[in-house]
Design a protein around this ligand. Structure first.
Ligand code: TYD
Length: 146
């Protein structure tokens, strides 16, 4: 892993602080195993895991930012696009392999769209669920980034 240290002020984070990380793949003729382990190949400790699935065609998810939450997003099955936005720059990251994880730093607006049929979006998160950590209004996000 070659990650930049996290900025102390998440509102200064940009899309360029996010990277796609090659997580391990243990190859076996009977199939592959990918392991993500605290203290090894993830830059934060995982407190929560959730996954999006059964996403109807044409739907988009996300549409918010977090003050503190860091995430690893993985296409556990199928594919989708993550659109990252720091208020100035946008970056679209296509995920389609279970051994590639997008590291999303705090303080970025994100949307997820273009889900393939049967896609599973696996999210490893640095904190337990807390609605107070969300910025759900885009205008509020832009004001926070100023
Ligand atoms: P949200 O994070 O807004 O979903 P997405 O970004 O994928 O569109 O969450 C959708 C709903 O699910 C919202 O009402 C909160 C709830 N939720 C939890 O209760 N716990 C969780 O860990 C998550 C991620 C969501």
């Amino acid at each position: 892993m070659n990650l930049k240290p996290l900025k102390m002020q998440p509102n200064k984070n940009t899309v360029f602080d996010c990277a796609v990380i090659d997580v391990s793949k243990i190859h076996n003729d009977a199939g592959n195993i990918t392991v993500v382990e605290n203290g090894d190949n993830i830059p934060f400790d995982v407190k929560r895991v959730y996954y999006l699935y059964d996403i109807p065609g044409g739907e988009a998810r996300g549409g918010h930012a977090h003050y503190e939450l860091e995430q690893f997003i993985v296409a556990a099955s199928g594919s989708f696009d993550v659109i990252l936005n720091d208020g100035k720059n946008k970056k679209i990251v296509s995920l389609n392999r279970p051994n590639k994880a997008l590291h999303i730093v705090p303080g970025l607006w994100r949307e997820i769209d273009n889900f393939s049929s049967g896609a599973i979006c696996l999210v490893l998160a640095s904190h337990i669920y807390n609605e107070n950590d969300y910025i759900r209004e885009y205008r509020e996000f832009l004001a926070y980034k100023k």
